[in-house]
Design a protein around this ligand. Structure first.
Ligand SMILES: Nc1ncnc2c1ncn2[C@@H]1O[C@H](COP(=O)(O)OP(=O)(O)OP(=O)(O)O)[C@@H](O)[C@H]1O
Length: 683
């Protein structure tokens, strides 16, 4: 039903509502109140309690303006049970004249304890004997945007509810009636009516915390739609075939013998899981989760090995140029006999043409950045796609279907690697369409990184630490964290730090790496750092992901208070990758905000990525951890994966039952919420 069919909504208002994502009457019904006000009753002044909202009615006994720099209009009122004050800071004198003694007033607002008893500052009020009737329901307060008043939203929603009650449009109940009654949840129609026009006896506290059964009813369907859509995406892929790439035990052992170390138990288990998937003629859809330094790269190499044995191509994509180049070097070590091809956005001209020819021809391990997924890149026979997305989520969802195998209905196997340890419950929700393997063990002999906090002003204490580490043959990073938007300013700050440190340490080789350098310049610096020709590397956060130089044992992060927990954990993870004792110095500018204090203390007290992720979840919320709307990873309007963990469990079970018993309803649920969230479509 069109919005313009509602009274008071013309074309212009309808356009404004569209900015809130409200395109029709159904959307309006799913635009839920943020909070509620109770204007259904009048509270006697004598019964008022501080820090709560209330409506009072009484007679103005005295009205005056205080003296001083900021005059205040004060109206004293009395209702027979007691008296209180209404106060206005910004007022017109005409208001003072209107609010004269002897008049009846009704006021609503937050009650506080003032110097002279109870008071309400800036109440909503109406004057006169003839007050309108009291509200029959709690008053919903909606999230609004510019140009759309609260009143307008309230009126429009109230009309939508009236139409719904009158049966003017269809709103099918899609959840099984038996299930709803067993859970003591209302139907969708009843839930929407209650949420928009709650009768006064409803529990306001429950409503305010989104825990009322009516709200739970809405959440459960939203979560259900998420699981169903994820499952649909997964089944769509399973409809396709993939090349089965079983690997013989002898080939596997031969590769293991070439490695400079033995796999950890966790790596062995994860490799076995991947090999099992690859042996099937169905596209693998697996996520490998492993904390920083847990050794994901070798796991990727062992997957690639299976593709090579089957005579197929494997592609590995990294989120940054530096990391892609590093993977190239590592894979060269693992596969000295194979033809490796590198492609990134910065490879141009003749070099690019050659890379494209190799990809369409003899190249069998192809490594690079996003450029690998451009349409003009044509693969000879691609059978395995590895995406090292580190902590950038969501990419895989859009790339998955693009790359078809040689035969038309074949898809490549997909392996996604992430370094972000997300709590299990959250992983199960976000990655409901993937199988998940966890590398939950670090290689042996790793020592816990010792983390210390140091105020910026105590910087001189650091010099000795840096010098002695470098003199012992170890290496250090110095990360500059200027939060300037422009890469140019970030580069300049790093350059300044580089100049200062070069002057302070004439006896050490100091290097510099930042995002403004050309690709080969960056590569040269990284190569020299790897070869221990640079002792101290000054860097912007470009080194955050994946850089692997096991000889580096000291990490200094300046202004660490500016960074989020997961970024700090990633940066710190650049050290502690060998068997030496490593240190991380988090420099900060005092005073610290409460949140920054918690972040830095967390870093100091633990090295465990999962523990850090849990704390991060508390501080930031799941949306931010899993990526924002643009990244399209997960978007819930009503539910919260952390607070509603139990609902997610319930919805998962219900989803499984519905898929079995009623696929047609599943389709309709997905469609309803695709429209509502706009985002599920991308899952
Ligand atoms: N089983 C093992 N025993 C000893 N060293 C190992 C083992 N597995 C990997 N390594 C080494 O540990 C270091 C880290 O491995 P890798 O770079 O694969 O980590 P990662 O999981 O990708 O970490 P990050 O997320 O920080 O990039 C490398 O130098 C690698 O050679």
């Amino acid at each position: 039903m069109e919005l313009t069919q509602l009274k008071g909504i013309g074309k212009t208002t309808a356009e404004k509502l569209e900015q809130l994502g409200i395109r029709d009457v159904m959307d309006l019904l799913f635009h839920l109140p943020l909070r509620y006000e109770d204007k259904t009753k009048i509270t006697a002044i004598d019964d008022l309690q501080g820090f709560s909202h209330a409506q009072v009615e009484g007679e103005i006994t005295h009205s005056y303006v205080t003296q001083g720099r900021r005059p205040i209009l004060v109206c004293e009122i009395d209702d027979g049970s007691g008296n209180m004050q209404l106060k206005f800071f910004n007022f017109y004198y005409s208001q003072k004249i209107k609010m004269r003694a002897g008049l009846k007033v009704r006021a609503f607002g937050e009650v506080r304890h003032g110097m002279y008893g109870m008071e309400i500052i800036h109440p909503e009020f109406s004057l006169g004997e003839d007050q309108p009737p009291l509200a029959e329901t709690l008053t919903p307060i909606y999230p609004k945007s510019e140009g759309v008043s609260q009143k307008l939203l309230q009126k429009a929603a109230a009309q939508a509810i009236q139409l719904l009650q009158a049966g003017a449009f269809e709103l099918d109940e899609l959840l099984p009636a038996q299930w709803l009654s067993a859970q003591q949840l209302p139907t969708l129609k009843a839930a929407l009516i209650q949420v928009h026009t709650p009768p006064p006896e409803l529990n306001v506290n429950q409503l305010m915390t989104m825990s009322h059964p009516a709200q739970i009813r809405l959440k459960i369907e939203e979560i259900l739609a998420h699981f169903l859509a994820m499952h649909q995406a997964r089944t769509a892929i399973q409809q396709h075939q993939a090349v089965a790439m079983p690997i013989s035990e002898a080939d596997h052992q031969a590769m293991l013998e070439r490695l400079p170390f033995e796999l950890t138990g966790a790596q062995q288990r994860v490799v076995a899981e991947i090999h099992q998937d690859l042996a099937k003629p169905m596209p693998m859809q697996r996520l490998v989760q492993g904390d920083v330094g847990s050794g994901k790269t070798v796991v990727a190499a062992l997957a690639i090995q299976a593709a090579l044995r089957a005579g197929k191509q494997a592609v590995m994509m990294a989120p940054t140029e530096i990391l892609a180049e590093q993977h190239l070097l590592t894979m060269r070590d693992y596969f000295p006999q194979e033809q490796l091809v590198f492609l990134s956005g910065k490879i141009k001209g003749q070099e690019r043409a050659e890379a494209l020819t190799a990809i369409a021809g003899q190249g069998n391990i192809i490594i690079g950045t996003h450029a690998l997924f451009q349409t003009e890149v044509v693969y000879r026979d691609l059978a395995l796609v590895i995406i090292d997305e580190q902590h950038r989520f969501g990419v895989h969802q859009r790339l998955q279907l693009k790359h078809k195998g040689k035969q038309h209905d074949q898809l490549p196997h997909n392996l996604i690697m992430t370094a972000t340890p997300i709590p299990r419950t959250l992983a199960q929700i976000a990655y409901a369409n993937l199988d998940v393997s966890v590398i939950d063990e670090l290689p042996p002999n790793r020592k816990v990184i010792n983390t210390v906090l140091l105020e910026n002003s105590k910087m001189p204490q650091l010099a000795e630490r840096i010098r002695s580490a470098c003199q012992r043959g170890e290496q250090a990073y110095w990360v500059c964290t200027l939060i300037e938007e422009s890469e140019h300013l970030r580069a300049k700050a790093a350059q300044d730090t580089f100049d200062e440190l070069t002057a302070s340490f004439p006896d050490l080789k100091v290097g510099l790496i930042h995002g403004r350098q050309k690709a080969d310049e960056k590569q040269l610096v990284m190569d020299r750092f790897k070869a221990n020709e640079i002792h101290l590397l000054v860097a912007t956060t470009v080194i955050e992901v994946g850089v692997d130089v096991p000889n580096a044992s000291l990490m200094v992060i300046d202004n660490a208070e500016r960074l989020g927990l997961s970024q700090l954990h990633q940066l710190r993870g650049r050290v502690g990758r060998g068997n030496r004792q490593s240190h991380c110095v988090l420099m900060y500018q005092a005073p610290l905000s409460e949140n920054a204090q918690i972040r830095l203390q967390t870093m100091r007290s633990t090295n465990d990525g999962f523990e850090i992720a849990r704390q991060d979840l508390k501080l930031r919320g799941p949306g931010e951890i899993l990526g924002t709307r643009q990244k399209g990873s997960m978007e819930f309007r009503f539910s919260n994966p952390e607070q509603d963990a139990q609902l997610f469990q319930q919805a998962k079970i219900l989803a499984a039952d519905l898929m079995k018993d009623n696929p047609e309803v599943c389709e309709r649920i997905i469609q309803r919420w695709q429209h509502q969230a706009g985002e599920l479509a991308k899952v």
